[in-house]
Write a protein that binds this ligand. Structure first.
Ligand code: UDP
Length: 413
């Protein structure tokens, strides 16, 4: 069997105080038609990145609503994850794609994993992202099981060769789900596509209410003294998130605000071999500036710490060049913190109703950050608008509703 991720229990009723009883009643009504429907969510890693955040929150809620849902991860090794990172990068627009050997590696690992999966154990299998996308091709398909491929990547400007390769696996699925319609590749059979943006969990340790006093204490333990203003980017160490661009922008702002600090908070996802390389580059730069902090999950920055950073930062930066969604943007806005973020992928829809500025360059990133740092009223106004938009559109209960509707359409088809 594929590795099961134990996510414990979480009652849906706990969300009533945030989203209201009507929303919970609607979810219960939708779920009433899905009692005991067996679902497997399958992805590459139980830790690091947005997909594992989403699954960690949504799986217990789907179970609480009466479905029988499991989260399972595939097995992989360095060679496989290097190949799948290249696929990820090509889908986001990198020119380099796989050679024949690498394509074989990709298929072989999917084959190994498919032997650990019996589709007839489930009514619905949701496969997340490209790493396990060839599982369906490799499994002995059971007529009754419905398969969904859920793409979380910014595929708006994909490398065509990468799509041509993946398409033969993806077109076998009953449904594919993208975050935005702009991500659907050209000539994709639109009839099988659903658009569902991700969402954040307001009750997870990363997003729950935290007093300023406690947040200060948490950051002080990490050596960040919030007596001085600081800005933060929280991201996997990934070139598409442009951490070097963030440092350049910070240095520009610092010319006007010499006491400013920058925290670059990054995690090492289990399936991301590039992160170490980028981390080394950043720490090499780090040496001469005591106000530049490069922190990771490996040195104690967990969910509560990220919560504290996002809450106490004067501005949260997300200078992505490509971005599937960017949960970190919603996380910061939910805490009332203004965001300056790259005009990429799913970010603009999170800032559509206010909450921050979209930027297209390092200079603009620096200018907009300074503008917020210098105008407290603007920062407050943005914070309020941003939180309201997240409350209305990007909380986990909305995602749950969309997924239950998707499951219902599959079960009834
Ligand atoms: N994250 C974290 N610690 C880090 C870096 C990232 O907990 O050091 C979390 C972040 O809070 C968010 C997720 O990882 O919940 C990243 O999701 P996002 O959609 O922003 O980007 P992805 O990694 O999926 O490209």
């Amino acid at each position: 069997m594929l590795q099961l991720v134990d996510v414990g229990r979480q009652p849906i009723d706990a969300y009533a105080k945030i989203v209201g009883l009507e929303v919970i009643a609607e979810l219960r009504q939708l779920a009433s038609e899905l009692k005991s429907v067996r679902v497997a969510h399958i992805n590459a890693t139980s830790y690091g990145g947005g997909v594992s955040e989403l699954l960690r929150s949504i799986v217990p809620l789907e179970n609480d609503l009466g479905l029988k849902v499991e989260w399972r991860t595939i097995f992989g090794e360095g060679q496989f994850f290097k190949v799948t990172k290249d696929i990820h990068n090509a889908l986001q627009g990198a020119k380099k794609y796989l050679g024949a050997d690498e394509k074989e590696t990709y298929l072989n690992y999917n084959l190994i994993n498919s032997r650990e999966l019996d589709p007839k154990d489930y009514d619905i299998i949701v496969v997340h992202d490209p790493q396990p996308a060839a599982l369906l091709e490799c499994c002995r398909q059971q007529e009754e099981t419905k398969w969904v491929w859920r793409c979380h990547i910014d595929t708006s400007r994909s490398n065509e060769e990468a799509w041509d390769h993946l398409k033969k696996y993806v077109l076998r699925y009953h449904k594919t789900v993208f975050t935005m319609k702009e991500f659907v590749p050209p000539k994709f059979p639109l009839v099988d596509v659903e658009i569902i943006p991700p969402a954040i969990d307001p009750l997870s340790p990363k997003n729950l209410e935290l007093s300023d006093k406690m947040a200060h204490r948490i950051l002080a333990w990490l050596g960040i003294f919030p007596g001085e203003p600081f800005i933060t980017q929280v991201s996997r160490f990934d070139r598409w998130k442009d951490p070097l661009g963030v440092i350049k922008a910070y240095k520009m702002v610092k010319e006007s605000r010499p006491n400013l600090h920058l925290a670059l908070v990054g995690s090492m996802a289990l399936d991301d071999p590039e992160a170490w390389e980028i981390y080394s580059e950043l720490t090499a730069l780090d040496t001469n500036d005591p106000n530049l902090h490069v922190l990771t999950n490996l040195t104690g920055v967990g969910n509560m710490e990220v919560n504290a950073f996002q809450r106490l930062s004067s501005v949260v930066i997300q200078k992505s060049i490509r971005e599937g969604f960017g949960l970190v943007v919603s996380e910061a806005l939910w805490k009332g913190t203004p965001v300056v973020a790259g005009r990429a992928g799913g970010i603009p829809m999170q800032l559509m109703a206010g909450g921050g500025f979209l930027i297209d360059s390092v200079e603009e990133c620096a200018d907009r950050t300074l503008e917020i740092l210098e105008n407290k009223d603007l920062a407050l106004e943005m914070g309020e608008a941003g939180r309201e938009n997240i409350k209305n559109n990007f909380l986990i209960t909305r995602l749950l509703r969309d997924e239950l509707q998707l499951f219902r359409s599959l079960v009834n088809s």
